[in-house]
Design a protein around this ligand. Structure first.
Ligand code: GSH
Length: 216
């Protein structure tokens, strides 16, 4: 297993893939990028080849040799355990749990409700979809802001990058896409500004990915 180059099935704009890309970059793990276009041809995530990797038809999927893992949080936790250098979870149980709390607020409490397939099912026309996403992202980030006011230093938890930061940045990108007023979330904004200056976060951003469109 150790000799295999990991493969990440990703879409440049997918926030769930982006979380994993930040972890890979932070831990300086070399990997192969395989693009899955979520919109083109009705969505490549729905094609049989990808469905064989993830029956839920969503990115990311992570492959190591003949092993496949889906679900970004499971992948991030696996990477944290398999590649312990440059840790992304505090050692002590309480801060560790607080980091996971922020991770869950974003990965379970916010992103799934504004994901493409949910949005498409929930609302028919584009303005309604935008309103839907705007509402749920605002609600999610409002909760995260309250927690960060208690935990943040330069990062979501103190001054060291954790899994919470890896989840925050892609969600802030989604917030900006749907014109959420970030002035309402000063702590998130401050932490995001700090993180965006870090090399791992820059390497993982959509515009640095091989499938980023030349005419976005
Ligand atoms: N819980 C999953 C969610 C994955 C997910 O929602 N992926 C989105 C992109 S961020 C996706 O593939 N959407 C395409 C679709 O729903 O058809 C995870 O964290 O990996």
């Amino acid at each position: 297993m150790a000799n295999d180059t990991p493969i990440l099935y990703s879409y440049f704009r997918s926030s769930c893939s982006w979380r994993v890309r930040i972890v890979l970059a932070h831990k300086q793990i070399k990997y192969e990028y395989k693009a899955v276009h979520l919109v083109r041809d009705g969505g490549e995530q729905h094609q049989a080849e990808f469905r064989a990797l993830n029956p839920l038809e969503q990115v990311p999927a992570f492959q190591l040799g003949d092993k496949v893992l889906t679900q970004s949080v499971a992948i991030m936790e696996f990477l944290e355990e398999q590649y312990p250098e440059h840790p992304l979870l505090p050692k002590d149980p309480w801060p560790r749990a607080k980091v996971r709390e922020i991770v869950e607020m974003i990965c379970s409490g916010t992103q799934p409700i504004q994901n493409l397939s949910v949005m498409n099912m929930a609302r028919e026309d584009l303005p309604e979809r935008v309103r839907w996403s705007h509402h749920w992202i605002t609600r999610g980030l409002a909760g995260v802001e309250v927690i960060l006011q208690q935990t943040a230093g330069q990062c979501c938890f103190g001054d060291h990058v954790t899994l919470a930061d890896c989840c925050l940045i892609p969600q802030v990108y989604n917030a900006n896409r749907f014109s959420v007023d970030m002035e309402a979330f000063p702590t998130i904004k401050r932490v995001a500004n700090h993180l965006q200056g870090l090399a791992a976060f820059q390497a993982a951003q959509p515009s640095a990915q091989p499938d980023y469109p030349t005419d976005p």
